[in-house]
Design a protein around this ligand. Structure first.
Ligand SMILES: CC(C)(COP(=O)(O)OP(=O)(O)OC[C@H]1O[C@@H](n2cnc3c(N)ncnc32)[C@H](O)[C@@H]1OP(=O)(O)O)[C@@H](O)C(=O)NCCC(=O)NCCS
Length: 146
């Protein structure tokens, strides 16, 4: 990353987006070797989608799928590679946690990639169960009480 690209979190806005808008980042970051449609999720039309915008361009996205009134699942969380490691994903996830609390949600879980396990743990998620794999990528179930 160039110095001139240094991000100030206070200048970033968290925005509501629709599922289609999340697709390019989902595809590029999570499943670049699969077809674009592989990054779509059943239920996308009913999910709550969030993004972080920099100069009107999305640089990070995450989607929330409500399973019951008080349990939600985080899916397809991704920050563009050139913007990773600067606090943007934490900023987005903290916003989502507040949004869920004010919606009366008490539990958030995700299938977290092992590479992101420490990230989730830093934000209060706990890993449970055995490591499992999707297309050779290792995951743990990660859960946070809100
Ligand atoms: C996981 C992911 C969404 C997090 O988004 P992000 O914008 O990189 O998140 P952050 O910058 O807040 O945190 C990432 C790391 O950078 C560190 N970090 C945060 N701010 C930082 C800063 N200013 N300077 C240096 N490092 C920083 C964090 O401590 C964190 O480290 P950790 O992984 O050891 O916990 C992103 O890294 C990503 O897209 N990864 C690839 C796809 C993926 O694994 N998605 C999750 C699927 S379950």
């Amino acid at each position: 990353m160039k110095d001139s690209q240094c991000i100030k979190l206070a200048e970033l806005s968290v925005v509501s987006v629709d599922a289609e808008q999340t697709l390019p980042i989902r595809h590029k970051v999570l499943w670049p070797d699969q077809a674009l449609d592989f990054s779509k999720v059943d239920g996308d039309e009913d999910a709550r989608h969030f993004g972080v915008a920099l100069n009107d361009d999305l640089i990070s996205v995450a989607s929330i799928f409500f399973e019951t009134n008080d349990t939600a699942r985080l899916r397809k969380f991704a920050t563009l590679p050139e913007f990773q490691g600067q606090g943007i994903g934490s900023h987005l996830l903290k916003h989502i946690l507040e949004d869920l609390r004010s919606s009366g949600c008490s539990m958030l879980w995700c299938d977290g990639r092992e590479a992101a396990k420490a990230f989730y743990q830093r934000l209060g998620f706990e890993a449970s169960g055995e490591r499992f794999y999707k297309k050779d990528i290792a995951y743990f179930k990660m859960t946070k009480t809100l």
